[in-house]
Design a protein around this ligand. Structure first.
Ligand SMILES: Nc1ncnc2c1ncn2[C@@H]1O[C@H](COP(=O)(O)OP(=O)(O)OP(=O)(O)O)[C@@H](O)[C@H]1O
Ligand SMILES: [Mg+2]
Length: 784
């Protein structure tokens, strides 16, 4: 349902979609360098294999990083200010923070032993440089592995140039056996064999295979594009076809520029071999950022020259030809990707075709329609939010287009308006507010677009505890809405404008605004405002002690939400209604409602809302004298805020402090801290489960100096993982900041404890205890 990164994952590295080939010396080198350097940049020309190498190295090393290995894909991001957010979301943190600062990221990562792969930095060099320097300074245990066509050029950066795949030396006699020891030939034959069963490099084709690999400079992307043609062409035909475009590799070093030309020529050759419809589709697909699904391709790319009914087949054909990558996802429709180099090529073709603007307009219209579905407030809300999470890069790209094209601003503003609930749940508040405020500056002063953008920015400001800005933004959107007589804008502005008053303690002013919003919404049948106004009024009236009316409104909101099917307001309505019911004397029902609120927020993966509900439940537990549960819930709420980089919402500070002081009084400071820490150690999922079940806290775990079933201490286990990753004692010592002698002693102890004789046995044992997946992964790596 809620999707997203639930629970605690240790990595987001993608599974291999095609087999990984060779690169043994390069992998060794990456691993060696990363033991002593904090920032390693893999540089090299497009398509040379930087990303594959980085991902493979990261996967092999991940076990040495207790806090995991994480991939941040930057190719689809074009706004340097979104880089920090991209890291947060790669880590599974919905960054909802105020200001979204790099310093909050540094704080989050400080003390973590983690590997971060920053992939495709070349178009964001400055932003990545600042990120790398800041993180390196603040997070001593963090390792950064960047891939980029150009280096970041910062102090402490170590660069490694990724060479093309190895080719047989010129003087080698051309025997099939020898050829296959070169990575380039191996890759070509792997890909060919996948397509043409039984394909092998043998005495007959050896010379032609060698020619082809040399002609393609050993560039993996070029080799893949050529190999897929072997289903219809022979190697000789391939060589002849490419001969006009590419001179054969001569002696001596061929620099990056030559390689770039080779790759471009190979791509354009491969483009030329496609059918008309495939070509057109490739060009049009280049407007997507961060991948796309079939329905999107149909919506955006069908039309003149490419009938909608052909798109699915054409996507399949482009996958077969290695232009697109298809990611199969359990229980969900597949998602397609264009490698960055191929996307850029498609972009050029689209420009030449003169279709760039129209395709971007269609992309924007598609995003706007999608945002409309996500804003339907029906029983598919959680599902739509998951989809919108996948489409974030597309959304930013569409808004970016609007910033350049004044004529599109109205559609962009409409999309943003419809995205409010999604952003209010998932953030990133600071970035959304910044992007929308700057878009609003380009809108005419009295336009609907400006009012819509300002209003969404106001909602974000509220989430950031910036009530002054929230009030001012709402004031302006209200003003414009009134002038334009736009009922929705007026009603929503009144509603959100009440929140800053509530925060200031002006409950009467807040209630008046909400009453006006509600009256208007009822009159004009603006259902969503009506629902939200009833729920928010329930909260404010509870704070004002007007419990009867609060309960009445809360019940109405709940009934209305159920008839719509939505979950977002329902979670808040349940929370406020729970508080009101509780205060009115029915504590069991009050608590049951708040628990249902937690379930609701969790189902929607609304972490902002979940944090609020956990605070309510902590307060109830404290009042009931369940001090340990209260402390645990406060810890769990703190964890949610930490994982989403939020601070406590000011509105709820008094309640928070009350709960804490009751629980501390009941337990004593030391036991309170211990219970709080247990709550804080829960994953978000576990915290939500604990809150919903209404149970007493789990028993504290035994002091875990040793891990179960093998008797190794944590330190020994860390070392065993690194041994399994093929690190030498020296490298392990450097990684863990220990002396070599200490590492040796640890290894002797480990072997004694486990009754093993050698490092090899230890590696195998690690493979077994860390699970079959890891063991297969190792096996595959060993096979290569
Ligand atoms: N060692 C390898 N084994 C198998 N396939 C590889 C290998 N290296 C690269 N490839 C394939 O070659 C293509 C290009 O590789 P990759 O995307 O890693 O290049 P890159 O240098 O990161 O390119 P860009 O500069 O465009 O980001 C991909 O399809 C990739 O799967
Ligand atoms: Mg790359």
């Amino acid at each position: 349902m809620g999707g997203g990164a639930r629970g605690r994952r240790r990595s987001n590295l993608p599974a291999d979609l095609t087999s990984f080939v060779g690169r043994r010396p390069e992998l060794r080198e990456v691993k060696r360098l990363l033991t002593t350097t904090r920032l390693l940049t893999l540089t090299g020309s497009g398509g040379v294999g930087k990303t594959r190498l980085a991902l493979r190295a990261a996967a092999q090393m991940s076990r040495g990083f207790p806090d995991g290995a994480w991939l941040v894909e930057l190719a689809s991001i074009h706004d340097p200010l979104l880089v920090t957010q991209a890291v947060f979301s790669a880590l599974g943190v919905h960054d909802l923070s105020a200001g979204l600062s790099l310093s909050s990221l540094a704080e989050y990562l400080a003390g973590k032993r983690l590997l971060l792969v920053l992939d495709n930095c070349e178009h964001l060099l400055d932003a990545c440089a600042v990120l790398a320097v800041t993180l390196a300074k603040a997070c001593p245990e963090l390792r950064l592995l960047a891939t980029s066509r150009q280096p970041l050029r910062v102090a402490g950066e170590v660069r490694m140039v990724v060479p093309p795949m190895s080719l047989p030396a010129e003087e080698d006699e051309v025997s099939a056996q020898r050829l296959l020891s070169s990575d380039a030939v191996w890759l070509l034959s792997e890909r060919a064999a996948a397509l043409v069963p039984g394909f092998t490099v043998d005495a007959q084709n050896a010379a032609a295979v060698l020619d082809l690999c040399r002609r393609l400079d050993g560039i993996p992307l070029a080799l893949e594009l050529a190999a897929v043609r072997l289903d219809s062409l022979s190697i000789d035909q391939l060589n002849r076809g490419l001969a006009g475009k590419l001179s054969i590799l001569g002696r001596g070093d061929r620099g990056a520029e030559t390689r770039q030309r080779t790759l471009e020529a190979t791509i354009s050759w491969s483009y030329g071999l496609l059918g008309e419809q495939e070509r057109l589709l490739w060009a049009r697909l280049s407007v997507f950022a961060g991948g796309f699904e079939e329905d999107a391709a149909i919506g955006v790319c069908s039309g003149t020259g490419v009938p909608a009914g052909r798109i699915v087949d054409l996507l399949g054909a482009l996958v077969e030809k290695s232009i697109l990558t298809r990611e199969l996802r359990h229980g969900r429709v597949p998602r397609y990707w264009l490698l960055e180099t191929l996307r850029q090529y498609g972009r050029q073709r689209l420009r030449e075709l003169g279709e760039q603007t129209t395709t971007q307009q269609r992309h924007l219209a598609w995003i706007c329609a999608l945002a409309g579905s996500a804003d339907a407030w029906d029983d598919r809300q959680a599902e739509w939010f998951t989809r919108m999470s996948d489409e974030r890069a597309n959304l930013w790209a569409a808004l970016n287009f609007c910033a350049r094209e004044p004529a599109e601003l109205a559609t962009g503003a409409r999309s943003a308006w419809r995205m409010m609930t999604f952003w209010a749940c998932r953030g990133p508040f600071g970035d959304v507010r910044r992007v929308l405020s700057s878009l609003a500056e380009t809108a005419p002063p009295r336009s609907l677009a400006r009012a819509q953008l300002l209003w969404v920015a106001a909602v974000m400001a509220h989430r950031e505890n910036d009530y002054g800005a929230c009030a001012a933004l709402c004031e302006e959107s209200l003003h414009i809405g009134t002038e334009l007589k736009d009922v929705e804008v007026v009603a929503w502005s009144l509603l959100v404008g009440a929140i800053p008053r509530w925060a200031e303690g002006d409950l009467t002013g807040a209630t008046q605004r909400l009453d006006s919003a509600l009256t208007l919404a009822e009159l004009m049948q603006v259902k969503h405002v009506e629902l939200d106004a009833r729920s928010t009024l329930c909260g404010i009236l509870t704070a004002a002690g007007e419990l009867d009316r609060a309960i009445e409104l809360g019940e109405q909101a709940l009934a209305m939400s159920k008839s719509l099917g939505e979950l977002w307001v329902r979670g808040f309505a349940l929370n406020y209604l729970g508080q009101a019911t509780w205060l009115a004397g029915d504590r069991p029902r009050g608590e049951a409602l708040a628990r249902e609120a937690a379930a609701c927020k969790h189902a929607l993966d609304d972490r902002n809302g979940l944090g609020i509900v956990l605070e309510t439940l902590a307060w109830m537990a404290a009042e009931l004298g369940q001090h340990e549960r209260a402390a645990c819930l406060l810890g769990a709420a703190e964890r949610v805020r930490h994982e989403t980089s939020q601070t406590l919402i000011e509105l709820f500070r008094t309640q928070h402090e009350q709960s804490e002081s009751i629980a501390v009084r009941g337990l004593g400071r030391k036991s309170f801290e211990a219970a709080f820490a247990r709550g804080r150690a829960m994953t978000i999922s576990d915290g939500a489960g604990f809150a919903v079940a209404g149970k007493q806290p789990p028993k504290p775990p035994p002091v875990a100096e040793t891990e179960p079933h093998h008797g190794l201490t944590r330190r020994e286990l860390d070392i065993a993982r690194l041994v399994a990753d093929d690190l030498t004692n020296k490298q392990i010592a450097a990684r863990l900041f220990l002396s070599r002698r200490t590492v040796e002693t640890h290894i002797t102890n480990i072997l004694n404890k486990l009754g093993l004789d050698s490092r090899t046995q230890l590696s195998r044992w690690m493979g077994e205890v860390t699970g079959p997946a890891a063991a297969t992964e190792r096996q595959r790596a060993d096979d290569h």
